[in-house]
Design a protein around this ligand. Structure first.
Ligand SMILES: *[C@@H]1O[C@H](CO)[C@@H](O)[C@H](O)[C@H]1NC(C)=O
Ligand SMILES: *[C@@H]1O[C@H](CO)[C@@H](O)[C@H](O)[C@H]1NC(C)=O
Length: 194
């Protein structure tokens, strides 16, 4: 526990203002736009949009201003005990404010359909959410497309952040990576310059 806290503070230092910040959650990852695929109205056709969850919602609302009214959010994870694991202090370019990570999670929890990352090599990460320097990423680990319910990704991001939470006396911070090896993806939460 102590070593985790010490490691956490080393990570926090990396997020202090004035330092050069990178936006990639891993050195060799390609950052692509998130894909959203689902219905924008009950009984309607399946459609694709790209961007962060905030950008996707803004695009859909230009077509259907009351989206997601009348639609249920997508299903939660089929299983909570699917062999996933969390590494703290490896998401983003340092730690993010959990309050703003929660903003992204709130979006993911009300949006129907699936959120995904396109195929890429060696691994592709899509930025799912970005607000007030708090980022959530979805990364494919084997170069294949990953498409997962937005709701479930919200649950994963929530567990990821709150498993790695630490404080500096002025507030709480989180940076983490939740890995789902059976499904070849991971979700990162942490600092991003946005
Ligand atoms: C959405 O994207 C998928 C995968 O590329 C494609 O098969 C499908 O036709 C697209 N749907 C629309 C409505 O463009
Ligand atoms: C939403 O969920 C409710 C309760 O499970 C169900 O009765 C309803 O048909 C669903 N609506 C849509 C649009 O899927």
């Amino acid at each position: 526990m102590l070593s985790r806290i010490v490691i956490f503070f080393v990570g926090l230092a990396a997020a202090l203002p004035g330092m050069q910040l990178t936006t990639a959650p891993r050195a060799d990852a390609t950052i692509s736009k998130m894909i959203w695929r689902g219905q924008i109205e009950a009984g309607g056709p399946e459609m694709n949009f790209t961007g962060t969850i905030q950008e996707v919602v803004a695009q859909i609302r230009q077509i259907k201003p009351d989206f997601p009214a009348g639609l249920n959010s997508s299903m939660p994870l089929p299983s909570k005990d699917d062999g996933h694991e969390v590494d703290c202090n490896v998401g983003g370019s340092g730690a993010a404010n959990p309050t703003y990570i929660n903003d992204g999670i709130d979006y993911l929890h009300v949006i129907p359909g699936n959120c995904g990352v396109s195929a890429g090599n060696p691994g592709t990460c899509a930025r799912i959410s970005c607000s007030y320097n708090a980022g959530i990423w979805l990364c494919s680990e084997n170069g294949q497309e990953v498409l997962w319910s937005c709701y479930a990704l919200g649950d994963i991001a929530e567990n990821d952040c709150f498993s790695c939470i630490g404080g500096d006396g002025k507030g709480d911070w989180c940076s983490g990576r939740e890995k789902w090896p059976e499904h070849n993806f991971h979700v990162d939460v942490g600092w991003v310059d946005c």
